[in-house]
Design a protein around this ligand. Structure first.
Ligand code: AMP
Length: 227
């Protein structure tokens, strides 16, 4: 049997789109290498490498790392994965990064998680905290008995700045502005595969079916009902 070409896939989606869950499921079923630019940066920061120290100030301010630094780091990491199928996550975030990636390898497909902003906003703003104890509630999964009130002390719950609707809207708008051109870039090349929906569990079977046309499922069990 002729060897199949190695898969070069990118996954993209805004914060709160379920990208982490979907990536983990893809890795479990299809045994490809998962390279997340955010994880890679955090690793560098922890190891206090030159790039890590530089990157930290950008990350702390919620800004993108300059293309040149980012591209050098990710492309060199991908060189080490030449013999594997891989899934790239968090990169490219700009058209310049996408062009640099194209020079090194040929991307086969871009999996885009297209989740409505309202759904994401609901998910990301669902977390409420009781500051004194650190107790965390989630309106979806573990709501307090009374909205806005700690079950044990009866004191008011608060939202972290990051979880407040205004902040979440800003983060989503920033993502949209940065990523739209990248999505358009791949759409024009016929590589963009968008999966739309409001629930990860409903989107996942479609992604699974799509990837099955490209890679064998190596997870032994649950192949018929992918989770
Ligand atoms: P993430 O975990 O993907 O949200 O990434 C965390 C932070 O790392 C981002 O907010 C950016 O500051 C930085 N970062 C990750 N990937 C990239 C990229 N492709 N280009 C520029 N900055 C990035």
């Amino acid at each position: 049997m002729a060897a199949r070409p190695l898969l070069r896939a990118v996954i993209t989606g805004p914060p709160g789109s379920g990208k982490g869950t979907v990536s983990a499921r893809i890795v479990k079923h299809f045994a490809l290498k998962h390279l997340s630019s955010g994880d890679l940066l955090r690793e560098h920061t922890q190891r206090r490498t030159e790039v890590g120290i530089l990157a930290k100030s950008y990350i702390d301010q919620g800004r993108l790392i300059p293309d040149e630094i980012m591209t050098r780091m990710v492309l060199s990491e991908l060189k080490g994965l030449e013999r594997y199928d891989w899934l790239l996550d968090g990169f490219p975030r700009t058209v310049a990064q996408a062009e640099a990636l194209d020079k090194q390898c040929q991307i086969d497909t871009v999996i885009d998680l297209d989740v409505p902003f309202e759904t994401i906003k609901y998910r990301l703003t669902a977390r409420w905290i009781h500051p004194a104890s650190g107790r965390v509630y989630n309106l979806e999964f573990s709501p307090p008995k009374t909205l806005g009130i700690d079950d044990i002390t009866g004191e008011p719950l608060v939202q972290r700045d990051d979880d407040k609707p205004e902040t979440v809207t800003k983060r989503l708008q920033a993502y949209d502005a940065q990523t739209k051109p990248v999505l358009e870039y791949y759409r024009a090349k016929g590589l963009l595969k968008s999966f739309s929906g409001t629930e990860t569990n409903k989107i996942w079977p479609h992604i699974y079916a799509f990837l099955q046309t490209k890679l064998p499922d190596v997870s032994q069990k649950d192949a018929a009902a992918p989770r």
